[in-house]
Ligand binder design. Structure first.
Ligand SMILES: O=C(O)CCC(=O)C(=O)O
Ligand SMILES: [Fe+2]
Length: 265
């Protein structure tokens, strides 16, 4: 798997070209390990002492275990700092060549035994708004999105790292036609045609990928947990308070919880 060392100027300059071709890019040593470990410990301590409606759980060996925190930047000030950092915004504007704003932010845990996610495209699904009117995924908010994975722990194949495919050039509607209607995961015959690259990351590494990159992750088959920030930024436009509107729509949408959360078990 090709990756770029952020501390090497030659490598750093090659990032936009690689992203142009693939729609994703892995950058090594982007943040210091020490900084990431500090954030992880602060969050773990805070999670232990709190509970709120943005915590989501899954059952592992008959026990309820935390699976994700939505709106994590509201929950933890340190995550807010890193998610909105200048350093991240600089990379996004250098690879997408436009200004992006925060759209949604979560922390995915995946403890040992935690479930994976079937192949899907972020934001490519049909949902019903509070008036029961069909809506086209995230298209309502913007026409381009980029997601970012910041691991808070080493993320490797056995603990369920992400796998991404090269950016798809098809339109929203064409992509939808290649998805299963019940859960908007990629149909089997199309999965077979795709090549997925494992995104193995150390603390400090990051991976950016465009919303036209299909991706999935397997169950955690190891005894090491796999905490990642999973953040999405949207192309800036005239839509005010994109993030707030997205979370309100999500709350009010008429879909079943399973579809709403896009959890694939
Ligand atoms: O946490 C993962 O492994 C993938 C999550 C994902 O793709 C998503 O939430 O859209
Ligand atoms: Fe995803």
């Amino acid at each position: 798997m090709k990756f770029f060392k952020f501390n090497n100027l030659y490598d750093k300059n090659k990032i936009p070209d690689f992203y142009d071709e693939y729609g994703f890019v892995i950058i090594k040593n982007f943040f210091s390990k020490h900084y990431i470990k500090k954030i992880k410990n602060q969050i773990i301590n805070k999670v232990r002492n709190s509970k709120n409606k943005f915590f989501y759980f899954e059952k592992i060996n008959k026990k309820l275990v935390i699976r994700r925190i939505e709106k994590v930047s509201n929950f933890s000030l340190n995550s807010k700092k890193i998610i909105n950092s200048e350093k991240i915004h600089k990379v996004i504007s250098s690879i997408e060549r436009k200004k992006f704003v925060l759209f949604k932010d979560k922390l995915n845990f995946k403890y040992p035994g935690g479930e994976g996610y079937l192949p899907h495209f972020d934001g490519h699904f049909i949902w019903k708004n509070k008036f029961n009117k069909k809506q086209q995924g995230w298209k309502k908010y913007s026409n381009n999105f980029i997601s970012l994975v910041i691991p808070l722990e080493k993320s490797f194949k056995k603990n369920g790292c992400l796998y991404v495919a090269k950016k798809n050039k098809l339109s929203f509607t064409k992509i939808i036609s290649r998805l299963n209607k019940n859960n908007f995961t990629v149909k089997k015959n199309y999965i077979k045609k795709m090549k997925f690259f494992p995104v193995e990351l150390n603390c400090g590494d990051v991976c950016f990928f465009n919303w036209k990159c299909a991706h999935f992750s397997k169950k955690n088959y190891s005894n090491k947990s796999r905490m990642i920030f999973y953040i999405t930024y949207s192309l800036k436009n005239n839509f005010k308070n994109l993030r707030a509107n997205y979370y309100l729509d999500k709350r009010d949408s008429k879909n079943s919880d399973k579809k709403k959360s896009l959890l694939y078990n």
